[in-house]
Design a binder for this molecule. Sequence first.
Ligand SMILES: *Cc1c(COP(=O)(O)O)cnc(C)c1O
Length: 448
Amino acid sequence: MVKQERLLVTEIPGPRSVELLARTRQAVARGVGITLPVFVEQAGGGILVDVDGNHLIDFGSGIAVTNVGNSAERVVAAVQEQVARFTHTCFMVTPYDGYVAVCEALNRLTPGDHEKRSILLNSGAEAVENAVKIARVHTGRDAVVVFDHGYHGRTNLTMAMTAKNMPYKDGFGPFAPEVYRVPTSYPFREPLTGAEAAARAVGQIEKYVGASNVACVVIEPIHGEGGFVAPAEGFLPAIADWCRENGVVFVADEIQTGFGRTGDLFACSHEGVVPDLITLAKGIAGGLPLAAVTGRAEIMDSVHVSGLGGTYGGNPVACAAALAAIATLEELDLPARAREIESLMLPALEELATRHPSIGDIRGRGAMIAIELVDDALATNPTATAAKTPNAAATAAIAKACHAEGLVVLTAGTYGNVLRFLPPLVIPHDLLREGLEILGKSFDSVLS
Ligand SMILES: *Cc1c(COP(=O)(O)O)cnc(C)c1O
């Protein structure tokens, strides 16, 4: 295990990383953006070690992936054992038990005690695409309803489902048809209750799409890339109820919120919502590429034989990793760890907000916490209509200052003004505290 200690021995990025970045510019397509160009050599727990020997504190988990930690012990052992036995057969050609065991685990762990089935895929976007395919066959309907601030991936259909144009969609159209976007619940920016926001969304669906045309509603229980926007209480249950009453498949996209991240095993459970289908990826396999759709047996099984699949979906090495990650998650009770992280982070961020009025909102659950930055002068005058003007420049500057001090933080948000924190759920608490101190100092230096 990597030593759980921050250590800076060069500037960030150091000389070897700078060299590798130069090679990157010559070899890798420019369209692949990089948040922080330190090249990683090793990682574990809450630490990333770069090629210059710097130890950075990880508040990103590779975008909510390494919930169980990087190179988690059980994951490494399971992968090594599997990779030495066989690496691939294609489950659709000659199957293997790892795939079945992962599906059994997902059927057991996801919300609801109804009979379930699962399919395994490679990426989150692919899971969302498959959920839509399944919902369309099951309902015989075309329309897909999604929400403002939603993010569902970068393939053609999922770009259509993703809200934000830049950088995800610009110039990449035309997009898949029959995707309709309605307003979500965004408590910081609108005073609507959950019930009011749901009534508004449902009103628009009925007016502009027609309930009887809707195959599925796809929603993240907390909008991830959109800025960790958690809906007002009652919003999700009301949308789920409307779906049930209208024969619409309710799909929870828990690709970012799943596997203990929000303090529940799955974020839907916070309000007792049981989705018809749930899309999973990111935190599922300790860093190996795997994704899934899990859902009601009668919906999942409505697709004809051989209608679903893919060459690599449910690769045996990724399945071994998932089984080990899930065992780790249960054994260490990682949802409880996420709640501990929340109880450490929130007071520190609230204290920071008393010194920095540019912190307009602190939100999220578990180890999925964010702050939204607004224009400083206006934030102190809450009667001004522009009091919540997004401050993307300060957000970027603070992220950069954190990076320079060896703290990996990510930004997010439709307006680019959200700092988001996604530490591995196994991060030691002293690293968490140190990371929060660096964040505070970065605020002080950027906004003094
Ligand atoms: C990351 C993400 C996706 C896409 O997953 P990929 O594995 O990048 O294709 C879809 N939905 C949500 C909510 C995500 O956070």
